[in-house]
Design a protein around this ligand. Structure first.
Ligand code: HPA
Length: 264
C-alpha cells in the first residue's frame, strides 16, 4: 500500500494531526532510522523528525540515506518535508512560506547518493526539476484551500552548518540567485529522487540571513518563529493528508528507469 510521509525539520517534531501514533525504528543497509506512523482517517501516514524528536541530530550528522531508504521500505511514494530557512530575498520575510523549486548544494561532508558504485552501481540522474512538480502543485492547492500565502518559487542554498553563514557568504549566495538558505535539503532532495520518491519541501522563513538581518542570528529566533507559525504547516499537512493520493503516478517514480530503476 503506497503511503504519504512528512519529514519534519526544525520546530516540527510531531505531526500533530494523526491518531493512533506509534514510534518505530527500522534497520536499513545504511543504518537505523526512527519514525512514527499514525492514521488520518483510514490512511496510514508516516512522520519522520529529521533532527530527532528532541532535536539531537545536527544537519551534517543526519543519516539522510537511512531516512530515505526507510521511507522506501515503508512503501512511501511521496514526501513533503518542512525546513526552516533564512531569507536572502527582501520579498521573503520571516513567517512567510516558500515552496522552493531549485537548490544549490554547498554541503561538504555528506554522502549524497545511493549510486556510489556499491549497492546501486553508478547512475547520473537528471535534476532539471529537483522538486516534484506534482507534489508542488498539490502543496500550492492545499495552501490556497487553507487561505495561506505560499511563494511558489525559490532557490534554496544548502550550507553545511551547523554554524550560520558569514555575511560574505550570504553576499556571494545572493549573487548566485539564492533566495533562502538552510542546512538540510541537500542531500535529502536528491536521495528521494534517486529512490524514485516524489519530494517537495515547504520552507518557513524564520529570519533574514546573516548580514541582511539587523541583528546577529540565534537558534532561538529560528525556533520561536517556527513555533509562532506552525499552524500554517499543520493546516497544509492536514489538507494533504486527506487529499493527496499516494498512488498518483509521476515522472519521479520512474526517475532511475534508464539505470534499471531503484529496487530495495
Ligand atoms: N541559515 C541557515 N539555516 C537556517 C537559517 C539561516 O539563516 N535560518 C534557519 N535555518
Amino acid at each position: 500500500m503506497s503511503r504519504l510521509a512528512f519529514i519534519g525539520g526544525t520546530g516540527v517534531y510531531d505531526p500533530g494531526i494523526l491518531q493512533n501514533i506509534s514510534s518505530h525504528t527500522i534497520e536499513t543497509p545504511y543504518g537505523t532510522a526512527s519514525y512514527e506512523s499514525g492514521f488520518f482517517g483510514d490512511r496510514e501516514i508516516i512522520f519522520l523528525a529529521r533532527h530527532g524528536v528532541h532535536h539531537t541530530i545536527p544537519p551534517h550528522r543526519i543519516n539522510y540515506r537511512a531516512n530515505i531508504y526507510a521511507l522506501k521500505m515503508l512503501d512511501v511514494t511521496a514526501v513533503v518535508s518542512t525546513t526552516a530557512v533564512g531569507s536572502l530575498n527582501p520579498d521573503y520575510k520571516p513567517g512567510d512560506l516558500v515552496l522552493v523549486d531549485q537548490f544549490i548544494d554547498m554541503t561538504k561532508s555528506r554522502i549524497g547518493t545511493f549510486f556510489d558504485g556499491e549497492r546501486y552501481g553508478v547512475a547520473h540522474l537528471d535534476m532539471t526539476h529537483p522538486y516534484c512538480e506534482t507534489l508542488r502543485q498539490a502543496v500550492l492547492a492545499a495552501g490556497k484551500e487553507a487561505g495561506i500565502t505560499i511563494h511558489p518559487h525559490g532557490t534554496y542554498i544548502c550550507t553545511e552548518g551547523p554554524r550560520f553563514e558569514t555575511p560574505a557568504e550570504i553576499r556571494a549566495f545572493r549573487m548566485w540567485g539564492a533566495d533562502v538558505v538552510g542546512m538540510t535539503n541537500a542531500p535529502e532532495c536528491q536521495l528521494a529522487r534517486e529512490a524514485e520518491i516524489c519530494y517537495a519541501t515547504i520552507s518557513m522563513v524564520t529570519n533574514f540571513a546573516a548580514g541582511i538581518s539587523k541583528t546577529e542570528l540565534t537558534h532561538k529566533e529560528v525556533v520561536d518563529c517556527m513555533a509562532q507559525n506552525i499552524s500554517s504547516f499543520r493546516k497544509i499537512i492536514t489538507i494533504l493528508s486527506g487529499s493527496y493520493d499516494p498512488d498518483t503516478d509521476c515522472v519521479c517514480r520512474h526517475a532511475a528507469a534508464a539505470f534499471g530503476g531503484f529496487h530495495l
